[in-house]
Write a protein that binds this ligand. Structure first.
Ligand code: NAD
Length: 256
């Protein structure tokens, strides 16, 4: 028996990184997984490999959401779960951030999450779960990623409000708040065919050894296991909460 047997789950931004690992794990656990992304080639290949369905979905576009949800309902007749995982990161000091860049990050990270809940929740006619991907930076500041941090704080606010509003329809809404995780977002060398990902991961482990109590960067598979917990019945009495997964980074500072 899988933890998600027969459940229909949409994972956005699932062509690579954390979303990819969520799609893989959820499929292993018996879900009908819908891999949604703008990276069509990678998303289609993954969907084929794990026996999922691929849909092109730019999370910042309401029309894309309507079409994606329509096609999933047509294929399966139901939607049970959503993982709002798609996100983008831009580095800039606040005073140097062009408005267009600020709005682009808001449009994907914040509006994308809002549109996902707005479009998918009404289709969850038999209850369901929503997992929103926030961040460590939803709970604290971090220099040079002010736009990103603002959107992730907003994702947490949206999560809490949605949990209150959707509880009566048996839809649970939670957020995950990863620290640094070894995906192309934190480790762009993973996208470089010339680079050895084991080498770049080792370099990141060394960097985070100094910053993070558990002494290394996190793995996307670890985040996927948290998303699974919040999507399956193991978390049946939990809603409206942020779940930090950061190797202890947010616990405080150490002086010894
Ligand atoms: P990633 O860059 O490897 O993957 C992001 C995925 O989102 C990609 O497949 C990308 O194509 C997709 N995407 C981007 N814009 C999209 C759009 N408009 N519509 C649909 N898909 C889109 O990064 P990741 O680390 O796997 O990030 C996953 C989530 O985790 C993001 O929300 C990110 O903000 C969050 N997060 C990541 C870290 C980290 O250290 N990697 C830490 C905290 C939070």
């Amino acid at each position: 028996m899988g933890k998600l047997d027969g459940r229909v789950v949409i994972v956005t931004g699932a062509a690579r990184g954390q979303g990819e690992q969520e799609a893989r794990l959820f499929a292993e656990e018996g879900a009908e997984v819908v891999v949604a992304d703008v990276l069509d080639e990678q998303g289609e290949a993954l969907a084929k490999e794990v026996g999922a369905r691929y849909v092109h979905l730019d999370v910042s576009r309401e029309d894309d959401w309507r079409q994606a949800v329509g096609s999933v309902e047509e294929a399966y007749g139901r939607i049970d779960a959503l993982v709002n995982n798609a996100g983008i990161l831009r580095f800039n000091a606040l005073v140097d951030t062009p408005l267009a860049e600020f709005m682009q990050v808001v449009q994907v990270n914040q509006v994308g999450c809002f549109l996902g809940m707005k479009t998918v929740a009404p289709a969850m006619t038999e209850g369901g779960t929503i997992v929103n991907t926030a961040s460590y930076t939803a709970l604290t500041g971090m220099a040079a990623v002010g736009t990103y941090a603002a959107t992730k704080h907003a994702v947490l606010g949206l999560t809490r409000v949605a949990a209150l509003e959707l509880a009566g329809r048996r839809i649970r809404v939670n957020a995950i708040c990863p620290g640094a995780i070894d995906t192309p977002m934190s480790n762009p060398a993973r996208l470089d065919p010339q680079a050895d990902p084991r080498e770049t991961s080792r370099a990141l482990d060394e960097l985070y050894h100094k910053l993070v109590p558990l002494g290394r960067i996190g793995r996307p598979e670890e985040v996927a296991r948290l998303a699974l917990f919040l999507t399956c019945d193991d978390s049946s009495y939990i809603t409206g909460q942020p779940f930090v997964i950061d190797g202890g980074w947010l616990a405080g500072v150490s002086v010894i």
